[in-house]
Design a binder for this molecule. Structure first.
Ligand SMILES: CC(C)(COP(=O)(O)OP(=O)(O)OC[C@H]1O[C@@H](n2cnc3c(N)ncnc32)[C@H](O)[C@@H]1OP(=O)(O)O)[C@@H](O)C(=O)NCCC(=O)NCCS
Length: 406
């Protein structure tokens, strides 16, 4: 029993779906008809609920994912569906469910947690801080380069429509994840089908195309045609979840492919990095940001997260630091960090008397969202902490992002 008499936090059961569906529909303002779809997709084993009798008061859902930093995947719980019945909000029940979810995820071996927040104070109190940016880019189809013109980048690759076998696409995604920071890939069977490839939507035409170069396609795109409300029944957006290219000829092939949708089609959108290299393939400055959203991360296991991440090969040194983590005493240290040849070792040591680094601040620096120097300027860490210099060199890398919303 937690957070009040008669209340209990437990795994959801299939029959809880009846109350969870309407709670999520109202909490996230989901469209009419969503509840029926939900019944098919509901996976009670992922969901924690706070209940009073048979009434569901609050929920949180955890996806098993890998999140990539410095070229290596870390076991990460991707959190979504955090919702409290309006009548029970502000009583602490939402935070209680979250703390339990984090505890169970850590026990199951996850070293990180990431989520898309609708509000920050609630998650900051739980140790989360900004960990990356989700960005939707938009360009008019007529502003895309034609695959033939090349825009000085050479010939375009050939594209093929992808069959049902998604494995080559996943390998291509992992090649991207290895060179970026923050990319999240769901490890359960429905992630790619529902979230990336969009095969759950019977109404909107779309597909997946890729360069057909065997083991790891040089590029691919998963797209859907979405009706544009303002143009009644004429005109659509080509919305890509992923638009990934590992070479200029693949980028040109994909952009040229989508250019041929112009006429009835109006615009192309895709979920890419905040500073997207696709902009180099466009002849003019026509790329716009249609939407961005910061996600948050929290380190669940400090030594395991630090040892699991990849680092620049040429950074070496030692540093001592302490962490302020109200929830997990094991994360507090003090720790000795030894770095060499792209690896770090973390062991316990004696404190050095400097102020501890708040867990959220450490998480944000770890993710390469903020440099320690910028974190100090924003009041996230004490600028006197002697470990900041080494941490800054270790965590330096591409700005973190991920293409999928969850
Ligand atoms: C966010 C939510 C899950 C919090 O659940 P809860 O059970 O009320 O949380 P707690 O009682 O543990 O904590 C409440 C505190 O969270 C913070 N908080 C919650 N909602 C907030 C909001 N919209 N804006 C700012 N702060 C908010 C406040 O600090 C609040 O404290 P207060 O009541 O003293 O102001 C709940 O408000 C909710 O279901 N909202 C709608 C769905 C949603 O936005 N979910 C989050 C998706 S990422």
């Amino acid at each position: 029993m937690t957070a009040g008499p008669g209340r209990e936090i437990r795994r959801a059961r299939p029959e809880d779906g009846e109350s969870i569906g309407p709670l999520w529909a109202s909490s996230f303002n989901l469209p009419p008809g969503w509840v029926e779809e939900f019944e098919e997709r509901f996976r009670p084993e992922r969901v924690l609920v706070a209940v009073e009798g048979d009434r569901v008061l609050a929920t949180a859902q955890g996806y098993a994912t890998a999140q990539w930093f410095g070229g290596r995947p870390l076991d990460t719980i991707g959190i979504a569906s955090v919702a409290t019945d309006p009548i029970a909000r502000g009583t602490g029940i939402g935070a209680e469910v979250m703390r339990r979810l984090l505890e169970e995820a850590r026990r199951a071996g996850n070293v990180l947690a990431s989520l898309y927040p609708s509000t920050l104070p609630f998650y900051r109190r739980l140790g989360f801080e900004f960990g990356g940016i989700f960005t939707v880019h938009r360009v008019l189809l007529g502003d895309l380069p034609s695959a033939r013109s090349g825009w000085g980048k050479g010939a375009a690759a050939d594209l093929v429509a992808m069959p049902e076998d998604d494995e080559p696409i996943r390998r291509s995604f992992r090649r991207l994840a290895e060179r970026e920071n923050g990319l999240v890939e769901g490890l359960e069977e429905d992630w790619w089908r529902l979230r990336v490839l969009g095969r759950h939507s019977a109404e909107e035409p779309g597909g997946t195309v890729s360069t057909d170069d065997g083991e790891v396609p040089e590029g691919y795109a998963a797209y859907r045609q979405e009706r544009l409300g303002e143009t009644a029944d004429w005109g659509y957006r080509v919305a890509c979840t992923h638009l990934v290219a590992h070479s200029p000829r693949a980028a040109l092939a994909l952009l040229g492919f989508f250019r041929r949708f112009k006429g009835v089609g109006r615009e192309l959108t895709w979920q890419g990095p905040p500073s997207d290299p696709m902009a180099f393939l466009l002849p003019e400055q026509t790329l716009q940001v249609a939407r961005n959203w910061r996600f948050m991360s929290r380190i669940l296991n400090v030594p395991a997260a630090l040892e699991g991440r990849g680092y620049p090969e040429d950074v070496s040194g030692e540093a001592v630091f302490e962490v302020d983590d109200p929830q997990f005493p094991d994360n507090r240290g003090p720790f000795l960090l030894e770095a060499e040849g792209g690896k770090v070792r973390v062991s316990r040591t004696d404190g050095d008397g400097f102020p501890p680094i708040p867990i959220g601040s450490l998480s944000s620096m770890f993710a390469a969202y903020v440099s320690p120097a910028a974190a100090a300027r924003a009041g996230l860490v004490d600028p006197r902490s002697p470990s900041l210099h080494l941490l800054g060199r270790l965590f330096a890398g591409p700005a973190p992002w991920t293409p999928d919303f969850f």
